[in-house]
Design a protein around this ligand. Sequence first.
Ligand SMILES: NC(=O)c1ccc[n+]([C@@H]2O[C@H](COP(=O)([O-])OP(=O)(O)OC[C@H]3O[C@@H](n4cnc5c(N)ncnc54)[C@H](OP(=O)(O)O)[C@@H]3O)[C@@H](O)[C@H]2O)c1
Length: 337
Amino acid sequence: MITRSLGSTGLSVSALGLGCMGMSDFYGPADEAESIATIHAALDAGVTLLDTGDYYGMGHNELLLGRALRGHDREGVALSVKFGLMRAPDGAIVGLDGRPAAVKNFLAYSLRRLGTDHVDVYRLGRVDPAVPIEETVGAIAEMVEAGHVRHVGLSEAGADTIRRAHATHPIADLQIEYSLLSRGIEAEILPLCRELGVGVTAYGVLSRGLLSGHWSRDRAVAAGDFRQSAPRFTGENLDRNLALVEALRAVADAKHATVAQVAIGWVLSRGQDVVPLVGARRRERLAEALGALELELTPQDLAAIERAVPPGAAAGDRCHAPQMAALDSERGGAAAR
Ligand SMILES: NC(=O)c1ccc[n+]([C@@H]2O[C@H](COP(=O)([O-])OP(=O)(O)OC[C@H]3O[C@@H](n4cnc5c(N)ncnc54)[C@H](OP(=O)(O)O)[C@@H]3O)[C@@H](O)[C@H]2O)c1
């Protein structure tokens, strides 16, 4: 497995990470045994970056990861954990808490659920407008000092927040949506990360499955799956987006690859400082995603990919309006389309 350095704080991870969110939340029911088998298959293939959040399934995702990692070499794995979003028993997102005391409290529970004494990268899931980022990052820095955290990360932060956070404590990576359909970070955020030496962990590289080649208008979407009503997955937008997928399929076919592999390969081609996370929940999907690492994309291939899905081609925003409004990364006109 090839590795990439995330930022300049000494964090080296596999070129592809496994995001575990869908194993517990947001994408309808998942099979626990298959989820654990998928995590094990990822580790066997050399994946060293595993991403979770304490709010994914209200602790379920961390407990699952903790179980999957029992008996495995802890030092061989980088655990990236998000915190801060607060949930109600029915799953509703009811707030955000980036206060220093909350940071320590969330971390204490995460360590217990994960069955470990440290988290490799710890990050606030969404920037809390009520708490200066210096305070939140300062509290994570104290946890680094105490040995409970190794690196500080950010999630969906905008340029101003990235600068302030990095001035408080060196930031290893920014986790943010980045795909052929969501290229907003290229205007300001990605160049800033490069200037500061902050790595990028890209999520949604398959645009939540839309860009995987496995999505169709007929696909049954379970209750509790956010794609039931997400802007890009509904109405005319869906038809327009699926037409882009078909254009990409022609490029993939010519490369004897799948649509998902070409979409992941394109993100991998963005630079050595970008590490895509894939949201595979089954071994079969993981195997397909890992195939992207074998794919060689020439400049001609990359041009063909961008002709099939030009910048700004996506129909619809990447999430619902209230969630878009809560994204620090979307302030200042940097619409991450
Ligand atoms: N920082 C943040 O704010 C944030 C937000 C969201 C996610 N994340 C992290 O990023 C990870 C990935 O995000 P995501 O799940 O939304 O993105 P994604 O990888 O774009 O989409 C995953 C979806 O694509 C489908 N898919 C189809 N073919 C696939 C293949 N070959 N490999 C992988 N998935 C395939 C998946 O499962 P099926 O088709 O099999 O159902 C799933 O429904 C999450 O697990 C989470 O750790 C972070």
